[in-house]
Design a protein around this ligand. Structure first.
Ligand code: GPP
Ligand code: MG
Length: 286
């Protein structure tokens, strides 16, 4: 459905948000589309786990294809780990995928829990793409993506058993974000995020972290910022997992693939020098 300029301005409120929306409305990188084409789960996050070294061996003509499939497997494994931390989710529960991108994690959540999943994004193209995927899979009665702002979703209060951000918190103010989640979650509902954050121990943003920000038009937060904003909004951490060591192999494989985008070196440098972590945080709403 085409939006009027007025509707658009209500969702995308600032010049910064407009710049972010424009980036994602235009984005068609094979590093995301070719991976999604493997099985129709389109992700906008990175991978975890070790890769099979045999993908680099074997016939040259199919090397690329093997690497694409392996990178996609690692990205889906990342989404599975996120979903593992949502706690008990029943078919009558409702989940929110905040900053849903092209929707892959929502589809996986619906497959796993059988429940309703809503995704929100400020990119109209992503929302349209994701809804088209849900229709193709015949899950659109339960999985729906909306052109809405995760800072002010307009969704009903206390209606959600679980909410996640899969690598989308670096676009927003965390205090505003978690305030909205404390409104949306039921008492005892679970919030999970996987994110890249900079290390308070090594100081402010390193050069490599700044290059990542520049590449994606985002503002990576410090590790401490997450815990301050969670605590201020009644979100009590139950699990914190450092996934840094688990994501480095993904970046090493990606750097060796024909799909490398140029951001591989900053990620590898930032992770290896310890100025940046890949973190999963799970918290309960009280
Ligand atoms: C993009 O995923 C993810 C982000 C922009 C968030 C930044 C993440 C951090 C951990 C800092 P993508 O799959 O669209 O990126 P790419 O196109 O590089 O694969
Ligand atoms: Mg990607």
């Amino acid at each position: 459905m085409a939006m009027t300029p007025e509707t658009s301005a209500r969702v995308v409120r600032t010049a910064y948000q407009q710049a972010v929306a424009e980036y994602w409305n235009k984005e068609k990188d094979p590093v995301n589309l070719r991976l999604g084409d493997v099985d129709g789960l389109y992700h906008h996050h990175y991978g975890i786990g070790d890769w099979d070294p045999s993908v680099l061996e074997g016939p040259e003509e199919t090397r690329d294809e093997r690497i694409v499939e392996e990178m996609h497997r690692l990205e889906s494994a990342q989404a599975d780990v996120l979903l593992d931390h949502l706690g008990t989710v029943a078919p009558n529960h409702r989940l929110l995928d905040a900053g849903c991108g092209r929707g892959g994690t929502s589809i996986m959540a619906n497959q796993r829990f059988g429940c309703r999943v809503d995704g929100v994004s400020i990119s109209e193209s992503q929302v349209e793409f994701a809804n088209d995927q849900a229709r193709r899979r015949g899950v659109d009665a339960k999985v729906a993506y909306h052109f809405r702002n995760m800072l002010d979703t307009g969704l009903p209060s206390g209606a959600f058993q679980g909410i996640w951000n899969n690598e989308s918190t670096m676009y927003v103010d965390l205090f505003q974000l978690f305030s909205e989640y404390s409104r949306l979650l039921v008492h005892g509902g679970r919030y999970v995020c996987i994110t890249g954050c900079y290390n308070d121990v090594t100081g402010g943003r390193s050069k490599a972290v700044s290059r990542i920000d520049e590449h994606y038009t985002c503002n990576i937060h410090s590790r401490s910022a997450y815990f301050k904003a969670l605590a201020a909004n009644g979100l009590v951490p139950i699990n914190v997992i450092d996934l840094t060591a688990a994501t480095i192999p993904y970046w090493e494989l990606r750097a060796r693939s024909s799909l490398a985008t140029g951001i591989e070196d900053p990620f590898l440098t930032a992770y290896r020098e310890g100025s940046f972590h890949y973190l999963l945080i799970a918290a309960d709403s009280v």
